[in-house]
Design a protein around this ligand. Structure first.
Ligand code: HEC
Ligand code: HEC
Length: 221
């Protein structure tokens, strides 16, 4: 299995920062980045950080304008992947002006905490194939899972994600708005009709990603 070199490096960097935040880091530095990120997360602080985020990510069906597509669902996603995504927007590996300005001021700890809060309990794979996999998605499931639930915490789950967001993401990898080398290669080979079929397939799988309900009624503050 391949990993994007940038993602791996960033994941390690997060682990190092997260481990540094632990008083006992020297004695108990965890072996895997996943363990470090999970141990260091403070969902209560994450909830405080998420206040602005939920203005978009907490409203089911909320749309990005120009171009128009659904804001991604984060509930059930892998928190470690969410941190990698946030770093991507911050560092310009992913082009999105709003998400860039949202992430610029977040510390590594903020990212770990808000990712843990927004993800909640990550989806668990049933280990079973679901329905008839489109031909163009045969290779994808080695990382994104037979049932759309990622096989490792650094990969995103796709089960139940909005179809129009999946289309948007694949086009971003294909055309360079997102720079992840692994996904650029896989998306680059897809035709528009493959992308539409893949998005329709993954978006209807269950158990599925969901939207964290926004606990406030005001739309802006
Ligand atoms: C104004 C609306 C808006 C706000 C506020 C916002 N986001 Fe986003 N977010 C988006 C959109 C739109 C995308 C998809 C961008 C793209 O096309 O790559 C996104 C993408 C993401 C992703 C990537 C998800 C994935 O599946 O790869 C994460 C993680 C994320 N946002 C977390 C946050 C966090 C944390 C905050 C608050 C600090 C936040 N967002 C604030 C609209 C918003
Ligand atoms: C070797 C593992 C691997 C394979 C195979 C793979 N992906 Fe990915 N995929 C990733 C990684 C890693 C990311 C996150 C990249 C980043 O940081 O933006 C990703 C991101 C995505 C996203 C964006 C999800 C989001 O929430 O923003 C979509 C959609 C996606 N992949 C679809 C596919 C499809 C369709 C295929 C097959 C044609 C595929 N992937 C094959 C590893 C893989």
């Amino acid at each position: 299995m391949q990993r994007g070199p940038g993602s791996a490096v960033r994941a390690v960097a997060v682990a190092v920062l997260a481990a540094g935040a632990l008083a006992t880091a020297a004695a108990q530095t965890p072996p895997a980045p996943a363990a470090a990120a999970a141990q260091a997360a403070d969902p209560a602080h994450g909830k405080a950080v998420s206040y602005t985020c939920l203005g978009c990510h907490g409203i089911d069906g909320y749309k990005n304008a120009y171009p128009m597509y659904s804001v991604p669902e984060l509930r059930g996603q892998n928190p470690q992947y969410l941190v990698i995504a946030l770093e991507g927007y911050r560092d310009g590996d992913r082009a999105h002006i709003t998400m860039h300005s949202q992430t610029e001021s977040l510390s590594a700890q903020d990212m770990t905490d808000v990712a843990a809060f927004l993800a909640g309990t990550p989806l668990k794979s049933s280990g079973k194939a679901a329905g008839t996999l489109p031909q163009a998605a045969q290779l994808c499931v080695s990382c994104h899972g037979q049932d759309g639930i990622a096989v490792a915490p650094i990969y995103p789950s796709l089960a139940g994600q909005h179809a129009d967001y999946i289309v948007r993401a694949l086009n971003e990898y294909k055309h360079g708005g997102r720079k992840n080398a692994v996904m650029k290669q896989f998306a680059g080979n897809l035709k528009d009709e493959d992308i539409a079929e893949i998005a329709a397939y993954f978006s209807q799988l269950t158990p599925s990603l969901a939207t964290e309900p926004r606990p406030f009624t005001r739309l802006s503050e």
